[in-house]
Design a protein around this ligand. Structure first.
Ligand code: SF4
Length: 233
């Protein structure tokens, strides 16, 4: 069934621009289209497109409570510029309290298992809540961000969250993203100018050098997959 929906969406939106596709989705799935932002460059492009077209698409963010001050700054600037509500999902207080009481505030450095536990509490569980009952989840994923993301499609069914994902910037290059942001004067995270490309929680993100992979700065002490469980394939 979900494969049929994905194929139908691909067919119906064939030849559409990103903006036309967003308009189509907002009308076809009224009140059930959501976009998750972490205020990264790609996400800022999509926020600008939604705001510019005044689309009835819910924008939400996951506040893990471990974000950089610079991320909160761009959050604030985005609210001020576009005057569009951004819903916030926090982790469940009791789960964070228990985690800190039993393992301390920096357990993610100790093992992949602990890191995934923290990501689950602070990101995956709130995301599950945010996506519940919706039909379309818009993301800022780009294929060149990682090997895993290179296997994503424009539309796809996410069985884990039981939702159809729309990845409008999948084929965009970083240069295209940067050009759009510049040209349209879109607020950006100040950390991008300090070598941070993919930005997540403060204790788990570092700047990268020009010869490093885009996601090398995420959980840099780990050698395995640079994903937190939000985008699975
Ligand atoms: Fe926890 Fe780090 Fe994952 Fe943020 S990125 S949820 S601090 S492990």
């Amino acid at each position: 069934m979900s494969v049929a929906i994905v194929n139908a969406l691909l067919e119906k939106t064939k030849g559409f621009s990103i903006e036309e596709t967003l308009v189509f989705l907002a009308s076809e799935y009224q009140g059930k289209v959501v976009f998750s932002t972490s205020f990264g460059q790609e996400d800022q492009v999509i926020t600008a497109l939604i705001a510019k077209n005044d689309l009835p698409i819910t924008i939400f963010t996951l506040d893990t409570s471990r974000l950089f001050q610079e991320t909160y700054d761009v959050f604030y600037k985005t609210l001020k510029k576009y005057k569009k509500e951004i819903k916030v999902f926090f982790p469940e207080a009791a789960s964070v309290e228990k985690l800190l009481e039993t393992k301390g505030p920096n357990s993610f450095y100790d093992s992949v298992e602990n890191r995934k536990e923290c990501c689950f509490i602070r990101k995956v569980a709130p995301l599950t809540k945010a996506l519940k009952g919706n039909a379309i989840w818009i993301t800022g994923l780009r294929a060149e961000q990682s090997e895993n993301r290179n296997s994503f499609d424009l539309f796809e069914y996410d069985a884990h969250f039981d939702i159809i994902k729309f990845n409008p910037l999948l084929k965009w290059s970083l240069k295209e993203v940067e050009d759009y942001l510049e040209k349209n004067n879109v607020p950006q995270n100040a950390l991008h100018k300090q070598g941070f490309v993919s930005i997540g929680c403060a204790p788990c993100t570092r700047a990268i050098t020009a010869d490093e992979d885009i996601r090398a700065g995420r959980w840099w002490w780990e050698s395995s997959h640079k994903e937190c469980g939000l985008h699975q394939k």
